[in-house]
Design a protein around this ligand. Structure first.
Ligand code: FAD
Ligand code: NAD
Length: 461
């Protein structure tokens, strides 16, 4: 069987399926090739969505077990039903997969199930139960990323696993060792700590959450330690392996650690296995990411790439934005994405969120700036809700007052950050934010107060 399309998208993650829909909206005849039965990619199957379902449920469990009583709510005989918790998570994935299937149908995007391989000359071979050869005027690679590991670590996908396994463990580990204090390590470490595991996080660097504003990361470490996470910084893991039910983790210059589960969370790498890149003339860089120009064109004519597979921030919304921008540039010649203001959120409690530059980046670039900070402890709504940890920090250009970066650690930071992101997109100054009336009592008032603090005139601190 053979078929011809205007556009063939390989990979149906947030980058690929969104690009396919935008292509169809702009009048292209589009095919999408995905090797997994479910659509939505890493994000929906084994990433953003399942991790957030587990974070939400484990938070409810911890709150009702530990914090309801101080508010006068007594919960009798609270019990964890882990199997039901996983069933709920799987149900969320199934519903959203069905939603994407419906969207593709509605937009007349034709779906092919199987592994896609580029053959050059606009041809994509799809292997699987129903092999097919597709021809496309244009091809878009959106094959995403997979977990990385380290030399010396024997991932058995059971006792020593990646985030994929840690989203589905059948019982709560007694002692979980997490390798890497990045986003995955902290989100999934938090899930299992809340459910009762002792969690030790080993991090090579002298700090947690590289890339996040240093002051925010230091505050986060203090809070997570109070919650019970144990950090060992400057710990270079040299090996990890399981023998039966016991895992042994070796750290350079320290005693080995024994535990019953290991989560390896040391980053992700581009997914380009058996993709036929060489045959098609698509070049990759030293780290294996596909090289593209500003229109997302690879080195092979007619072949484009977006999302995790081209590097940069490995975030679902970055992949989506690139998917739309790539298609719009391809079809209309215009497409837009502001890489300076891609929000990043860590979904722990408190949440951590940022948009724009952090202090380290501004200092490194020699930019002179003023900073305004406001603590949630002084916010009425945060007090009423019992979430007083954290702060909002706004960085504004010293000369023009234009907002350059906003960093929040606090409850619902992941929702609050978008006021800042929108303001920055419109080129707002801290004075612009300070002059906007914010409803009382809301957490958002902390953003207004931080903006006023830039000019040293916050009212409530
Ligand atoms: P992917 O989502 O990886 O999709 C690529 C798809 O291509 C996959 O479905 C794969 O099966 C398919 N594929 C690969 N090769 C082929 C082939 N040859 N033929 C056919 N199909 C192929 N990001 C956030 O923004 N927020 C979060 O909260 C968040 N949480 C995360 C939690 C975890 C545990 C993990 C692992 C990641 C998380 N991420 C989060 C990152 C996010 O999942 C990725 O940035 C995002 O999924 C990248 O989208 P993508 O479309 O580029 O690739
Ligand atoms: P990461 O890059 O965030 O963190 C990896 C950590 O492992 C780093 O702190 C690194 O210093 C450490 N490390 C590396 N080698 C080590 C060693 N030998 N011993 C000890 N520590 C070592 O990567 P991740 O947490 O695996 O996440 C991967 C990607 O997935 C990230 O780019 C992230 O953007 C994305 N993600 C996003 C979200 C979100 O947006 N909420 C959630 C999960 C994942």
């Amino acid at each position: 069987m053979s078929d011809t399309f205007d556009l063939i998208v390989v990979g149906a993650g947030p980058g690929g399926y969104v690009a396919a829909i935008r292509g169809a909206q702009l009048g292209l005849k589009v095919a999408i090739v995905e090797r997994e039965a479910k659509l939505g990619g890493t994000c929906l199957r084994v990433g953003c969505i399942p991790s957030k379902a587990l974070l939400e449920t484990s938070e409810l469990y911890e709150k009702s077990g530990k914090h309801f009583e101080e508010r006068g709510l007594r919960v009798k005989s609270l019990e964890l039903d882990l199997a039901q918790m996983m069933k709920h998570k799987d149900g969320v994935i199934a519903t959203l997969d069905g939603g994407i299937q419906g969207l593709l149908r509605k937009n007349k995007v034709e779906r092919f199930v199987g592994h896609g391989r580029l053959k050059g000359g606009g041809i994509v071979e799809v292997s699987g139960d129903q092999p097919v050869t597709l021809t496309g005027k244009k091809i878009l690679i959106a094959t995403g990323s997979v977990s990385s590991s380290l030399p010396g670590i024997s991932i058995d996908h059971d006792r020593v696993g990646t985030s994929t396994e840690a989203l589905s463990w059948p019982e709560v580990p007694k002692h979980l060792v997490v390798i890497g204090a990045g986003v995955i390590g902290l989100e999934l470490g938090t899930v299992w700590r809340r459910l009762g595991a002792r969690v030790t996080v080993l991090e090579y660097l002298p700090r947690i959450l590289p890339g996040i504003d240093e002051q925010v990361a230091a505050e986060a470490k203090k809070i997570f330690e109070k919650q019970g996470l144990v950090f060992r910084l400057g710990a270079r893991v040299t090996s990890a392996a399981a023998k039966g039910q016991v895992c042994r983790v070796e750290v350079d210059g320290a005693e080995p650690i024994e535990c019953d589960r290991v989560l390896v969370a040391v980053g992700r790498k581009p997914c380009t296995d058996q993709l036929g890149l060489e045959e098609a003339g698509v070049q990759i860089d030293k780290r294996g990411f596909i090289q593209v120009n500003s229109a997302y064109q690879t080195t092979a004519p007619g072949v484009y790439a977006i999302g995790d597979v081209i590097g940069g921030a490995m975030l679902a919304h970055k992949a989506e934005e690139e998917g739309v921008a790539c298609i719009e540039k391809m079809v209309t010649g215009h497409g837009h994405i502001n890489y300076a203001i891609i929000p990043a959120v860590v979904y722990t409690e408190p949440e951590i969120a940022s948009a724009g530059a952090n202090e380290d980046a501004l200092k490194a670039a020699g930019v002179r700036y003023r900073s305004g900070k406001f603590a949630f402890a002084a916010n009425g709504r945060a007090r009423a809700a019992g979430h007083t940890d954290g702060f909002v920090k706004i960085l504004a250009d010293e000369a023009t007052d234009r907002v350059l970066g906003v960093h929040i650690i606090g409850t619902h930071a992941g929702e609050l950050i978008h006021e800042a992101a929108v303001a920055m997109q419109f080129g707002a100054s801290s004075e612009d934010i300070a002059r906007c009336c914010h409803a009382h009592p809301t957490l958002s008032e902390s953003i207004k107060e931080a903006a006023m603090a830039v000019d040293k005139r916050a009212i409530h601190s």
